[in-house]
Design a protein around this ligand. Structure first.
Ligand SMILES: NC(=O)c1ccc[n+]([C@@H]2O[C@H](COP(=O)([O-])OP(=O)(O)OC[C@H]3O[C@@H](n4cnc5c(N)ncnc54)[C@H](OP(=O)(O)O)[C@@H]3O)[C@@H](O)[C@H]2O)c1
Length: 264
């Protein structure tokens, strides 16, 4: 199998690393297209690095689009000129629809995927939708590649990728914001930074595993932590008054809307 990754920032590089780590592609069969020379030396440890889309792209089975959505239209004409029928184009760009990919690339076998940051350590989740029926070989190739960055989930309805973007695509940033704020508050309340950080991170980790193993809903787990007149109840009085749930809902809805705007 031969793969090209166009745009090797956070996600493109994470994909390259995972493919190499799991031996899905040989370094001579992995073409990494970058814009500037800055990261060439680092990326050369993973594959063949180039600063332009060349004719070798035509030999690839899969082309991954890892640029920002705003950069897509600028590179589409060059890419379009090199594509051959049967090659699979897998876009991880937020918001760019399958129809737009098909139209600007004049290419049918397109896949739109939404990964998230933990893909960088093989613990991501990627939801994806396909433009037309891929054949068995192409489908297996896409599943296999996405699975090596974590879990892959096929969506029959492409429109659901906008809420997916808002939930799991942006989700790690919501989580980091909560961790950041909890640690900073712990420090303000007198804890040493490393102590506050360890307490919060282990609490997040332990809470995640409890949720996975306890067979109880998040509501039930909240109730189990909260006793009448206690500390958690005092915290929740503030959270409810300040409408944390409503704020989160508005934030996630705004992210979903932005994902659909990016596709226009
Ligand atoms: N980060 C996430 O957690 C996440 C989650 C889900 C989806 N995504 C999607 O993944 C994509 C990449 O995100 P990212 O965080 O990896 O962004 P990033 O770190 O900014 O990477 C994008 C890369 O594309 C390069 N690039 C732009 N135009 C190019 C061109 N014509 N030829 C070659 N390279 C080009 C940029 O080069 P320069 O460095 O020169 O600008 C940059 O290295 C985005 O579309 C985003 O919507 C990201």
């Amino acid at each position: 199998m031969k793969i090209t990754i166009l745009g090797c920032g956070n996600m493109g590089t994470a994909y390259a690393r995972s493919f190499r780590k799991y031996g899905l592609v040989r370094s001579e069969d992995l073409l990494l297209v970058i814009r500037g020379e800055g990261r060439r030396a680092q990326l050369e440890q993973l594959g063949q690095v180039s600063t332009a889309i060349g004719s070798d792209l035509g030999e690839c089975d899969l082309i991954i689009l890892g640029v920002k959505p705003q950069d897509f239209s600028a590179l589409a004409p060059n890419l379009c000129a090199m594509l051959r029928p049967g090659q699979v184009v897998l876009s991880i760009m937020a918001g760019i629809t399958l129809e737009r990919l098909r139209k600007e690339l004049k290419h049918d076998t397109v896949v739109r995927a939404m990964p998230n940051a933990p893909a960088q350590i093989g613990m991501g989740i990627t939801a994806y939708a396909t433009g037309m029926e891929l054949n068995m070989r192409q489908t297996l190739m896409v599943e296999q590649l996405l699975n090596c960055t974590g879990r892959a989930m096929h969506l029959a309805d492409e429109a659901l990728l906008d809420p997916v973007t808002a939930l799991s695509g942006s989700g790690p940033a919501y989580f980091f914001e909560i961790v950041r704020t909890m640690v900073a508050t712990g420090v303000e309340l007198g804890l040493a930074p490393h102590v506050a950080s360890a307490l919060v991170k282990q609490t997040m980790l332990g809470s995640y595993h409890l949720m996975e193993h306890a067979d109880r809903t998040p509501e039930e787990l909240i109730k189990a932590v909260m006793s009448k007149g206690g500390t958690t109840e005092a915290a929740f009085k503030v959270l409810d008054k300040e409408d944390l749930a409503g704020t989160l809902k508005r934030a996630i809805t705004a992210a979903s809307l932005r994902a659909s705007e990016l596709g226009q």
